[in-house]
Design a protein around this ligand. Structure first.
Ligand code: CU
Length: 638
């Protein structure tokens, strides 16, 4: 409840108090660098692309690989608190997260240096001097049991860490776990630095991807306050000149500005939810169909403290938050030449907010958007010609770290506005309002036309997504189905564990499930956990039913692979690596009118494990506040 307040303000408080919070055992450095190492947060209104770092132009490290050294810093105080990557490019120290450009098959190194907890030695040494990183140590588990979804048992484990550890996740990377291991910790070695050796798979689709930290418990604060950037797999022959491509990254504005104008105090709802959870002890499990589960009472009341929730089940009590685009206050301005195709690589760099994107003309009329790629995967499926085909839509939903590549050609003097629109976030979520993001205007047609481009509407049956859907329909017995359920609760103080909210994603295909948070355990010397929640056979095709049994939206993301989002835009399947999981529906509850029933909402995805590397990785909610509090699970492909 009042999620927005939880998302940003405790993150800020946690960062501000790092100097006084004792880090976990094993954190060697004490104290926090408060030097102003990140550039001032406020930017101009004109849209400026982040620096382009071509990995093939980076200096060579001691192993002969092109290497990018990203030092993670934090700076500022209060609402101006922020994180940034500091790095050297073209002889200049930069603090705007670079757009890292790579090719298929490219081999390079990225070093992440943790300067959050204090100056690290890891920045100035040869790459061969960096010891291998080990996984982040989890605290000794204390398990408390509660009654959860369909009266099944919850094994709750509470963990709270200040956002001082960091690492690297190449979101959308389809290579092996050994190159992209999010379990690793920069604080696991005295150097406080990890060296990642990456080879972009030859089959990695040409398109737009993201990178960000993935240290458990610290991701939300670090991404919310600035640590996210773009990586781009270049097509073999660039279809457009660089000048006609634009990275458009949505972030929370820093200093953070919350719009509380419609948000009453949700504190009484939290207190009521805690006593409601405590009263459910001793219930017996309910029989259920995993793929068509029954309605279930919401964890939160409809009324508390004289305040009523939205009876439509859509608008939460949390505050809206102002957005920025490439660091500039929204709406930012983008001026483009008329008559020349423009590629907008629109990325959601927020930690917890989905965006329902629309394009409007000057009269406010919705204009169709031509999507040529989603989450890095060209609609065409053709990495040599990623702009060759498009899907036309009036609206596209992109959750945290989702990307959409939009192609447009404007007429002389034409003006368009890219906006994010109000959508149903759920009564336990926050309010999501309309915001204009970018005002795009066309100048004159250039004297010499610089580029032309043929792009045609996609024939869905010929796309990678269309082909997998056809395979699944043609071979239903070959497709393994799983049900995965998203749940959330509020628990009372229990011994040394404080009152807290808890988020889970649980496989509920079999009736003997226990809800539990992400909690990896490691064999001695291992760099990936030995307790997978799901084991999948390489070579299989699976259909996962993502069941939202909460009154808040979520965002499903799985590492090392893309999947088919069966209705990415209405009626059209597309490949994606992150998908919006819409909120359940509220129904009246005769037994207890104060706790409405939630009819779970089901989002279906198809996962093709025929070309995925064997290994251990994760899937999770990409609303990072949820992920940091447990809504993540371990999948092993054998
Ligand atoms: Cu979530």
């Amino acid at each position: 409840m009042n999620a927005r307040r939880f998302v940003l303000l405790p993150a800020l408080a946690a960062v501000a108090s790092m100097a006084t919070v004792a880090p976990n055992a094993g954190f060697a450095a004490a104290g926090v660098s408060h030097a102003n190492m990140c550039a001032p947060p406020a930017g101009a209104q004109e849209l400026v692309d982040p620096p382009n770092v071509e990995v093939w132009n980076l200096p060579l490290n001691a192993q002969g690989d092109h290497e990018l050294i990203l030092a993670v810093h934090h700076a500022g105080h209060g609402a101006g608190e922020r994180f940034c990557y500091r790095y050297l490019w073209s002889g200049v120290v930069q603090t705007v997260a670079p757009t890292i450009r790579v090719h298929q098959g490219e081999h390079f190194a990225i070093r992440i240096v943790n300067d959050i907890v204090g100056p690290s030695k890891g920045e100035g040494v040869a790459s061969t001097a960096i010891p291998p990183c080990m996984p982040m140590a989890m605290p000794a588990p204390v398990t408390h049991h509660y009654v959860g979804y369909l009266n099944h048992t919850i094994d709750d484990r509470y963990m709270k860490v200040p956002p001082v550890d960091t690492n690297l996740h190449l979101h959308g990377f389809e290579g092996p776990e050994s190159e992209e291991n999010i379990f690793l910790s920069t604080l696991s070695t005295p150097m406080h630095a990890c060296e990642y050796h990456v080879t972009i798979p030859a089959t990695q689709p040409a398109g737009t991807y993201m990178y960000h930290p993935h240290a458990h418990g610290a991701s939300d604060a670090q991404v919310a306050l600035g640590l996210a950037g773009v990586w781009i797999v270049e097509p073999r022959a660039a279809p457009l000149p660089d000048a006609d491509e634009h990275v458009i990254m949505l972030r929370y504005r820093i200093p953070v500005v919350l719009d509380n104008s419609f948000a009453p105090d949700g504190t009484p709802f939290v207190a009521a939810a805690i006593s409601h959870e405590a009263s459910r002890a001793g219930a017996t499990p309910v029989p259920y169909d995993p793929f068509n589960p029954p309605p279930w009472p919401d964890s939160y009341p409809m009324n508390a403290g004289g305040i009523a929730s939205d009876p439509n089940g859509c608008d939460g009590l949390g505050s809206d938050v102002l957005m920025s685009v490439n660091g500039a206050d929204a709406p930012a301005k983008l001026t483009v030449p008329a008559g020349v195709p423009q590629l907008l690589r629109i990325v959601n760099g927020t930690s917890d907010t989905a965006s329902a994107l629309q394009l409007h003309d000057e009269s406010g009329k919705v204009q169709p958007m031509r999507l040529v790629g989603l989450d890095g995967i060209p609609v065409s499926g053709d990495s040599a010609r990623p702009l060759a085909t498009y899907v036309s839509t009036g609206e596209v939903m992109i959750t945290s770290m989702s990307r959409v590549d939009v192609l447009m050609t404007l007429e002389p003097g034409q003006k368009l506005t890219l906006s994010t629109e109000h959508y149903c976030m759920g009564v336990d979520g926050f309010f999501e309002g309309h915001h204009n993001l970018v005002k795009i205007s066309a100048g004159a047609v250039p004297a010499t036309q610089t580029s032309t481009l043929d792009s045609a509407p996609a024939v869905i049956a010929n796309t990678p997504a269309g082909k997998l859907v056809a395979f699944a329909h043609g071979h239903p017995s070959a497709v393994h189905r799983r049900a995965l359920t998203f749940t959330e609760y509020f628990f009372p103080k229990n011994g040394k564990v404080p009152a807290h909210d808890a988020y889970y994603v649980t496989e509920t295909t079999n009736p003997n499930f226990h809800e539990h948070p992400f909690w990896p355990t490691y064999a001695s010397g291992a760099t990936v956990p030995s307790n997978p929640d799901i084991v999948v056979k390489r070579g299989s095709v699976e259909e996962w039913y993502l069941i939202n049994a909460t009154m808040e939206t979520h965002a499903f993301h799985i590492h090392q692979m893309a999947f088919v989002q069966e209705r990415a835009v209405p009626g059209v399947p597309l490949m994606a690596d992150t998908v919006f999981v819409p909120v359940g529906k509220l129904l009246p509850n005769k037994r207890d009118p104060n706790y409405a029933l939630v009819k779970p909402r089901i989002t279906k995805i198809l996962l093709d494990f025929r070309n995925v590397p064997r290994g251990t990785f994760v899937f999770h909610c990409h609303m990072l506040f949820h992920e940091d509090r447990g809504m993540m699970a371990i999948v092993k492909v054998v």
